[in-house]
Write a protein that binds this ligand. Structure first.
Ligand SMILES: Cc1cc2nc3c(=O)[nH]c(=O)nc-3n(C[C@H](O)[C@H](O)[C@H](O)COP(=O)(O)OP(=O)(O)OC[C@H]3O[C@@H](n4cnc5c(N)ncnc54)[C@H](O)[C@@H]3O)c2cc1C
Length: 351
């Protein structure tokens, strides 16, 4: 048994965990960052679009693939909206590695290949292959993704996660915009095409959980894109996908534990985007964990939840309300889409 001691244990080295570890270590805390994957960021489970402002908030690195000028929205194959929406498509694995390296440069200790399986009182129980590891930490930050174990310990899980499937395709010509596809066979969600140079990520995410429904929807989208001449025709071969939390804001601090990123349900319930919130919210979690320890007052962790809610609570609550509207609506999609998709000004109306 390997016994480790630290002030702050961060579970999960995605964007949220690495940002939390960097912030806490930069404030002088003794931080252990535990990641179950042996290689950070691999496999990629993301469509790899980030909004432009995020680039100024992370270290410089070679993760950007191309700039994105705007977004196009399609309903039943027809374009219904075109907006400026600057951002970048990225290599998510390089991005995640860069953030983890930044946390290490700030003084955090990173252990990969370590699966945190449970806890016994104040001690975390983990393993790396046959090695058993115990970790004693004054504060635990759960940055362990949509199906977070830490959230389970706190009795504050994501009550709902939506499935998404994705694959990489070849474009017939480069594109400068992200594309969002709405239609009846993608209930409660959408299909996407996000260009990455000569390649693109194409996927669907929705409320239906049956694999056959997801596969039929991505097949239909691939067929449409190929008939529009945007992609070379392909047969389905999924490379990425995963689960997207779609929840209302909730309590994310309990005792000496706090949640951040997807574990805390920060993902936007309408767009499914969560990398920006993971970086910002992770930084807040790490800051407050270090401050609480420095002050010798664990109750200060509550200030993290307050700061996060001030920053993003209203946006999340509004998006969740729009998700409910979208799902409760029984009529055709074109009757509701302008109130439930971020591309339209009615989305931002109060009711
Ligand atoms: C198909 C798909 C497409 C998406 N596309 C976009 C997009 O284009 N843009 C965008 O902004 N967002 C997108 N998202 C959402 C985005 O990927 C997440 O919001 C983001 O990854 C959240 O970061 P995180 O650090 O909270 O969690 P994660 O990135 O999930 O990181 C959690 C980490 O914790 C580790 N872990 C889990 N359990 C344990 C354990 N018990 N012990 C140790 N380690 C553990 C995992 O291995 C993982 O590395 C997409 C999501 C999906 C599923």
């Amino acid at each position: 048994m390997t016994e480790l001691v630290c002030e702050i244990a961060v579970i999960g080295a995605g964007p949220a965990g690495s940002s939390a570890a960097r912030a806490a270590a930069a404030s002088g805390a003794d931080v252990l960052l535990l990641e179950r994957r042996s290689e950070i960021g691999v496999p990629v489970r993301c469509a790899e679009f980030i909004p432009a402002p995020l680039v100024g908030m992370v270290p410089k690195g070679d993760f950007i693939v191309q700039p994105i000028k705007g977004m196009r929205t399609f309903l039943n194959g027809e374009q219904i909206q075109h907006l400026d929406a600057p951002g970048f498509t990225i290599c998510r694995d390089r991005f995640d590695k860069l953030l983890a390296a930044d946390a290490v440069a700030a003084g955090a200790r990173l252990l990969t290949g370590v699966f945190v399986a449970g806890r016994d009182g104040a001690t975390l129980k983990a393993c790396r292959e046959d090695e058993r590891i115990s970790v004693r930490a004054a504060v635990v930050i759960g940055a362990d993704g949509p199906h977070s174990r830490v959230a389970r310990w706190m009795n504050s899980i994501n009550s709902r996660c939506l499935p998404a499937v994705q694959m990489g395709v070849d474009l017939t010509r480069p594109l400068e915009e992200t594309e969002f596809y709405f239609c009846e066979d993608i209930p409660g969600g959408y299909g996407w095409l996000f260009p990455k140079g000569r390649r693109a990520n194409v996927g669907v995410g929705m409320t239906a959980r049956k694999p056959s429904v997801l596969y039929a929807a991505i097949d239909n989208l691939l067929h449409l894109l190929s008939s529009q001449g945007k992609i070379f025709s392909v047969s389905r071969s999924l490379t990425g996908g995963g689960w997207v939390p779609a929840v209302a804001p909730r309590s994310i601090v309990r005792d000496n534990m706090l949640l951040t990123g997807d574990a805390a349900g920060y993902t936007h319930p309408i767009t499914g985007g969560g990398v920006f919130q993971a970086v910002v919210g992770g930084g807040m979690a790490g800051n407050w964990a270090a401050r609480a320890l420095q002050a010798g007052n664990i109750k200060l962790l509550r200030a993290y939840e307050e700061e996060w809610n001030d920053y993003y609570g209203d946006t999340l609550a509004h998006a969740f309300q729009r998700r409910q509207l979208l799902e409760e609506h029984a009529g055709p999609l074109h009757d509701i889409i302008e109130r439930c998709w971020i591309g339209f000004k009615d989305y931002y109306a109060e009711s």
